[in-house]
Design a protein around this ligand. Structure first.
Ligand code: KIV
Length: 258
């Protein structure tokens, strides 16, 4: 087993697991010191490209961003999202997972879904591909408005079953997206593998956020997002100073000229 995955598994019930998204080398260099997992999420479609759905993200976009991220990751486990339509069946899933890993040197891939994709995950695991699961809100198959999961007993039962099936198929961890507090606790307690929550309460074994959200770059209000710093303000100040110095002919001074 990959030693980084072993380390993640060993944190269950001991210490919280820190996971964040990154799409570039510069961000990865900053995150890597504090993260256990760096996720190249297909959220890059909305964050960087203003797509209204992650369905528009393709495998080449994921590979190019992951190649950049790889250069900044030293100690964290690097996971890459398999984008929409790249795991329609087990043959395509294996071909695309191998392609992602070959070009990006990622440690693992992440797929969205439960029992519907268990045969695909089984096939990836048989071929020694490390897989992270993703349950709850599944942006790749979402129709209509996002609403949290675990409202009805039917939904709760299915989510718990899905989590157990994913564990059995050999995923090393599961992202729980927008799952009701008590259900997130139950799933986390029932599983031997760690759960990583996003909008799924403090009861998960770890937390993930989209980095742009936590540093205040994204202006959209999302219930579970806390903006830990307003980086927009700092960027604006730097740009304002550059503009003013250029206009006053203070920049570039002799020091910055050949
Ligand atoms: O695409 C993504 O960034 C994700 C996280 C939000 C978990 O899947």
């Amino acid at each position: 087993m990959n030693s980084k995955i072993k380390k993640i598994l060993s944190k269950k019930n001991k210490t919280k697991i820190i996971c964040l998204t990154s799409y570039t080398k510069n961000f990865s260099e900053i995150l890597d010191k504090y993260t256990d997992i760096i996720l190249v999420g297909d959220s890059l479609g909305s964050v960087l490209y203003s797509f209204n759905s992650t369905k528009k993200v393709n495998i080449n976009m994921m590979i190019e961003h992951s190649k950049s991220v790889r250069q900044g990751v030293k100690k964290s486990l690097m996971v890459v999202d398999m984008p929409y339509n790249t795991y329609k069946n087990k043959i395509e899933a294996l071909k695309n997972a191998k392609k992602i890993i070959k070009y990006t040197k990622a440690d693992a891939v992440k797929l969205e879904g439960g029992k519907k994709i268990i045969n695909i995950i089984d096939h990836l695991r048989k071929n020694k591909i490390n897989v992270m699961g993703h349950l709850g809100i599944l942006p790749q198959s979402q129709k209509g408005k996002f609403r949290y999961k675990g409202k009805t007993s039917f939904e709760r039962k299915n989510l718990l079953t899905d989590a157990q099936l994913l564990q059995k198929s050999g995923v090393f961890s599961i992202v729980l997206e927008c799952i009701e507090t008590k259900l997130a606790k139950k799933i986390t307690q029932e599983l031997k593998i760690p759960t990583i929550g996003i909008g799924s309460s403090v009861n998960c074994d770890g937390q993930v956020l989209v980095t742009d959200d936590l540093i205040g770059l994204n202006l959209t209000k999302i219930k579970f997002v806390k903006s830990f710093k307003n980086i927009r303000k700092h960027i604006e100040l730097a740009i304002k100073k550059f503009s003013s110095d250029v206009k006053k002919k203070k920049y570039p001074s002799r020091k910055y000229s050949y």
